[in-house]
Design a protein around this ligand. Structure first.
Ligand code: NAD
Ligand code: UDP
Length: 350
């Protein structure tokens, strides 16, 4: 079985490529490298000892996209490719709608044309907007609060319409909570551009000395220590969730949304303490005003994924911190670092 992985060079995509290859799938990666580096794919080859085709293509470019489908026999698609920065999406909404919506529509058109009707889509817990439900189940009220979130919500709706038009489609909408951590090899991990917006990459860059001090946004929420609570999930668990979703698509037509989270919430201070304990590094921080638009508490009800996909996240918060630190410490500048050894390039970059 050959799986096309769009956005496969990115943070979650690269970890999922490893799990796919180790589970015996063939993969083809498509990425425009707008937010990633080909080096992540070389590292995927290195971890797995397997090679695979890579296309440097923008999903918005229909003609080039068709080459991928006409040149390969694809069984299913895992669709990670998209822009994902909430703040940036407020600044340049048209670019977000164009990239994420047009890219997805082009992909689905090509899938329809080449009779590839199995799709796993990267959605997000952001589609729950400001639902008051806790834990958050898949049938909670939906409503995004920024352009990025609206692209996810709109794509979910487009995919529902697509399924209504043709019941031969099998589609999984995976709503991720907060992926953190890295592969245990330390070879692949999160490599954000510029100053990170998300908590874990910020913490690890403070630990490695690239940033001075963590700003904690809000200590007056009605939580146990006043800081915001999130459901952090190890990126390798998340990657394995995609394999379970793919297996489920093999036997079931339909369109279903699944939360991928642990069901446990940790506060900002919990994560700082866990990181300090796991790594022996100290993380200086200062308390700041709340970040506009942030929810106080957000964690998943993971029951549906457990019951229908047989998926349960097993990696602990300690492991998430240890693995992040291994990656950060050995790659202080991410994939652009000069610590790169002379490695054999096993991926075919077309
Ligand atoms: P990422 O930016 O690391 O990976 C996305 C990849 O898609 C990048 O390699 C980028 O170069 C590529 N890409 C973007 N637009 C493209 C286009 N038009 N054509 C081809 N390639 C394109 O992000 P990630 O953290 O790995 O996230 C993967 C997916 O999961 C995204 O859709 C994101 O919105 C979603 N998601 C991420 C998180 C998170 O916290 N990381 C949470 C919820 C949902
Ligand atoms: N956060 C913080 N400092 C930072 C980044 C994030 O205090 O530099 C807090 C944020 O307010 C939230 C939690 O950490 O309570 C997780 O934030 P992140 O951006 O990682 O995830 P999201 O809010 O998108 O779920």
């Amino acid at each position: 079985m050959t799986i096309l992985v769009t956005g496969g060079a990115g943070y979650i995509g690269s970890h999922t490529c490893v799990e796919l290859l180790q589970s015996g799938y063939e993969i083809i990666v498509l990425d425009n490298f707008s937010n990633s580096k080909p080096k992540s794919l070389k590292r995927v080859s290195e971890i797995t000892g397997k090679s695979f085709k890579t296309y440097q293509i923008d999903l918005v470019n229909r003609n080039k996209l068709e080459d991928v489908f006409s040149q390969n026999k694809i069984t299913a698609v895992i669709h990670f490719a998209g822009l994902k920065a909430v703040g940036e999406s407020v600044q340049i909404p048209l670019e977000y709608y164009h990239n994420n919506l047009t890219g997805t529509i082009n992909l689905c058109e090509m899938m329809r044309k080449y009779e590839v009707k199995k799709l796993v889509f990267s959605s997000s817990a952001t589609v729950y907007g400001s639902t008051g439900d806790l834990p958050i189940a898949e049938n909670s009220r939906l409503g995004a609060t920024n352009p990025y979130g609206r692209t996810k919500l709109m794509i979910e709706e487009i995919l529902r319409d697509l399924y209504e038009s043709d019941h031969n489609w099998s589609i999984a909408l995976l709503r991720y909570f907060n992926p953190i951590g890295a592969h245990s090899s330390g070879l692949i991990g999160e490599d954000p551009k510029g100053i990170p917006n998300n908590l874990m990459p910020f913490i690890s860059q403070v630990a490695v000395g690239k940033l001075e001090c963590l700003n904690i946004y809000g200590n007056d929420y009605s939580t146990k220590d006043g800081t915001g609570i999130r459901d952090y999930i190890h990126v390798v668990d998340l990657a394995i969730g995609h394999i379970r979703a793919l297996e489920n698509l093999e036997n079931n037509n339909g369109i279903e949304a699944f939360n991928l989270g642990t069901g446990t919430g940790y506060s900002v201070l919990d994560l700082v303490n866990a990181f300090e304990k796991a790594t022996g590094e100290s993380i200086p921080y200062v308390m700041k005003e709340r970040r506009p638009g942030d929810a106080a508490v957000c964690f998943a009800d993971p029951t549906k994924a457990m019951e229908q996909l047989g998926f349960k996240a097993t990696r602990s918060i300690e492991m998430m911190c240890e693995d992040t630190w291994r990656w950060q410490k050995t790659n202080p500048n991410g994939y652009t670092g000069n610590l790169e050894l002379n490695r054999k390039d096993q991926a075919t970059v077309l």
